[in-house]
Design a protein around this ligand. Structure first.
Ligand code: ATP
Length: 229
């Protein structure tokens, strides 16, 4: 489990996160929802140890983030980090050289899943296909937790649907996934847990399935209630 406990972060005099706490479990998709600039990426960076926090702590399977944590967790940013001149199979080679947890078999399976070809050059791909390659490279690592920053942002509905399908496939297996987004509509059905963030503060954390079953409400219904008050 990833436990974010009461973290606070300021950039200079600007307070970006205030007492943020939530948990994300294996086998669940946790979605951090909030409009642009509320601090979603900062939370992911803090979990990855890419940004320091002013207070609070973050535990991964009960331990503070350390070198070994990186064998358990990966971060998929919202833009592809591979050189645009690379072909997809060059990116596979790079990942294989760089990460012990690289799973070539799963990478090939994901390639077929997303209907991509290994010889395609990254710079020649459409925005949606670049997003798929980005996701593929992260998901082909054998790690327990996957953090994704806005995986659906700015791509067309067909690519969004194809990307959404991967979340219900065996390729996610029993991993813990944290997704950030500012638009929930197309992925509402995938999400197990919701964390609503506004101006660096958590307004509400809830189990989407429970709210659906016990109160007959969708995530959007709950968001309307919370943001109206
Ligand atoms: N390195 C930094 N230095 C100064 N301010 C920063 C830095 N990183 C983020 N911020 C500020 O922190 C706030 C939260 O940024 P963050 O990127 O976490 O938001 P976000 O919710 O992910 O936004 P978006 O949906 O646009 O990606 C913003 O006001 C941003 O300008």
């Amino acid at each position: 489990m990833i436990e974010v406990k009461d973290i606070t972060k300021s950039f200079g005099r600007k307070k970006v996160l205030t007492g943020v706490s939530f948990t994300a479990s294996k086998g669940e998709i946790t979605c951090l929802i909030g409009v642009n600039g509320v601090g979603k990426t900062t939370v992911l960076n803090a979990i990855m140890g890419l940004t320091s926090t002013n207070s609070g702590e973050i535990l991964i399977d009960g331990k503070k983030i350390n070198k070994e944590s990186y064998e358990k967790i990966t971060f998929i940013p919202d833009t592809i980090t591979m050189l645009p001149t690379m072909r997809i199979h060059d990116a596979f080679e790079f990942m294989n050289d760089f990460y012990q947890s690289w799973n070539e078999e799963r990478a090939k399976e994901l390639l077929t899943f997303f209907r991509l070809q290994g010889h395609e050059r990254i710079s020649d791909l459409s925005k949606g296909n670049k997003a798929k390659v980005n996701l593929l490279l992260g998901l082909a690592l054998d790690v327990d937790y996957v953090l994704m920053d806005e995986p659906f942002s700015g791509i067309d509905i067909f690519s969004r649907e194809q990307i959404a399908d991967v979340f219900t496939s065996h390729l996610i297996e029993d991993r813990g996934v944290i997704i950030t987004t500012h638009e929930i509509k197309d992925i509402e059905h995938l999400i197990d847990k919701v964390v609503l963030l506004d101006n660096g503060i958590i307004l509400k954390e809830f189990n989407a399935e429970q709210v659906r079953e016990e109160q007959g409400k969708s995530i959007i219904d709950v968001m309307r209630e919370v943001f109206r008050t």
